[in-house]
Design a protein around this ligand. Structure first.
Ligand SMILES: Cc1cc2nc3c(=O)[nH]c(=O)nc-3n(C[C@H](O)[C@H](O)[C@H](O)COP(=O)(O)OP(=O)(O)OC[C@H]3O[C@@H](n4cnc5c(N)ncnc54)[C@H](O)[C@@H]3O)c2cc1C
Length: 416
């Protein structure tokens, strides 16, 4: 009987799904076919659906503006095209032994599976404080329930407090502001009628840490135009509730804000509980080689891609650039070890290089936005066209993501 070598990928979101599609399109076809050894990809995630969380600010505001079916993609549907080369396990990695090369997967109801791997790709990402902005390492139904609850609260809220001056906070405030309060007229800086008081709180002296001061100020102007007040240098100490429909938000200086809805849009926590602590940095991210993206201290053929790896600046660009690097090095490693599992590849590895900083597009409501691309400030209309108009969630874009069309072309490199 042929030996089956498992390429196990943990996490099936932007990074894990991307890595799996890229592997099945561009690496798998080049692996030697023999009666002795076969390869298969096993993708593992507790959620059967991939949450397109970059669109969550609009999904929070309204089902009509961002239908649930557009932001939750059925993972398995995208992989049927690869037949037996692919398997999906709905489950969560609970522990990992790099010495025995086995990952323990909990598949629910107390059941566990011991999954041996030949190669392992860690792509379990980060979760946000609020379940509205990310999967939490649990089934997608938890997030859908949270979205239903918040939309109901939004429809009745007279006072909303949002904490966090990064893109999640700014975009959410902008979406809610424009939907609930409308927008200021040509010669005004504030809407004529405020239906819902919205306050965006940041502990920093500016919004949008990745963008320069003048762009961040423009974001504030746009927020004001949809009735959002920004409070700088203000820290939320605690939030209690909701109780009787109200949440008490305590600020660092003792002031209390009573809100009908409080949304924390702060803090990212890496989902790495299953990873041995010696492989993590002080913040819980998996230490990977910033050039090869291998997890050098975890033995051969272990890689990290996406938010979970220390190489990443927690954005999709680092996934778009990281997936080809992981796959090129994985291909080199697999080919070298095909006959002799201890053999290592010769020649140079593919190396990851960070793209220029200051690349970020931040829609503020349905018609405005701020941002920069490769250090160049871009006009509001550009942000609207590329991101704000649909949050890149058109029917065809969603289908392309699901089917891995974004990875149809192999990204060339010198060592190929
Ligand atoms: C509101 C918001 C807007 C954003 N907008 C943008 C944007 O416009 N542009 C941009 O570049 N970036 C944006 N980002 C950042 C971007 O969403 C992340 O960089 C991206 O989601 C990271 O993808 P990932 O696959 O690495 O991890 P995640 O998306 O966090 O996915 C991790 C996956 O791993 C699974 N998982 C977790 N634990 C386990 C386990 N133990 N076993 C198996 N599976 C597990 C989870 O269920 C999940 O499917 C935004 C983020 C937020 C919150």
């Amino acid at each position: 009987m042929a030996e089956t070598r498992n390429i196990v990928i943990l996490g099936a979101s932007y990074a894990g799904s991307g890595a799996a599609h890229y592997f099945l399109k561009h690496v798998y076809p080049h692996l030697p076919k023999s009666s002795k050894v076969t390869y298969r990809v096993i993708l593992v995630d507790p959620s059967a659906k991939w949450y397109l969380r970059h669109a969550s600010p609009r999904a929070i505001a309204s089902e009509e503006l961002m239908p649930t079916k557009h932001v939750f993609l059925n993972t398995v549907d995208g992989f049927k095209q690869y037949g037996d080369a692919f398997q999906f396990i709905q489950g969560s990695a609970t522990s990992w032994n790099p010495e025995t090369r086995i990952v323990t997967i909990s598949t629910g109801h107390g059941k566990e599976e011991q999954l041996p791997y030949h190669a392992l790709v860690l792509a379990t990402g980060t979760k946000t404080t609020s379940p509205l902005f990310s999967l939490q390492g649990t089934p997608h139904t938890d997030i859908q329930a949270a979205l239903r609850t918040v939309r109901d609260q939004v429809s009745r809220a007279k006072k909303i407090v949002i904490a966090g001056g990064g893109p999640a906070g700014v975009e959410t405030a902008g979406e809610l502001g424009e939907m609930l309060n409308g927008s200021a007229g040509w010669f005004s800086s504030w809407p004529s009628h405020i239906t819902t008081e919205i306050t965006l709180i940041t502990n920093s002296s500016k919004l949008l840490p990745k963008l320069r001061e003048s762009i961040a100020k423009q974001a504030e102007t746009y927020l004001n135009r949809v009735g959002v007040e920004v409070r700088y240098n203000t820290k939320v100490s605690s939030a209690t509730g909701p109780s009787n429909g109200k949440t008490t938000v305590l600020l660092h200086d003792g002031e209390e804000l009573i809100a009908d809805l409080y949304i924390p849009a702060t803090g990212l926590v890496p989902m790495s509980e299953y990873v041995p602590s010696r492989l993590l940095d002080g913040n819980g991210y998996v230490k990977n080689n910033p050039e090869t993206l291998r997890v050098d201290e975890a033995g051969p053929m272990v890689y990290a891609v996406g938010d979970i790896g220390t190489y990443s600046r927690n954005g999709i660009m680092d996934i778009m650039d990281g997936v080809p690097v992981v796959n090129s090095n994985l291909k080199r490693d697999l080919l070298a070890a095909h006959e002799n599992v201890d053999a290592k590849p010769t020649g140079p590895d593919r190396k990851w290089k960070a793209t220029a900083a200051e690349t970020q597009l931040v829609p503020v409501g349905q018609s405005k936005g701020v941002g920069a691309v490769f250090g160049w400030r871009v006009p509001s209309i550009f942000v609207w066209l590329i991101k704000g108009r649909t949050f890149m969630i058109s029917e065809s874009a969603v289908k392309d993501s699901l089917m891995g069309k974004n990875w149809e072309k192999e990204k060339a490199w010198d060592g190929k």
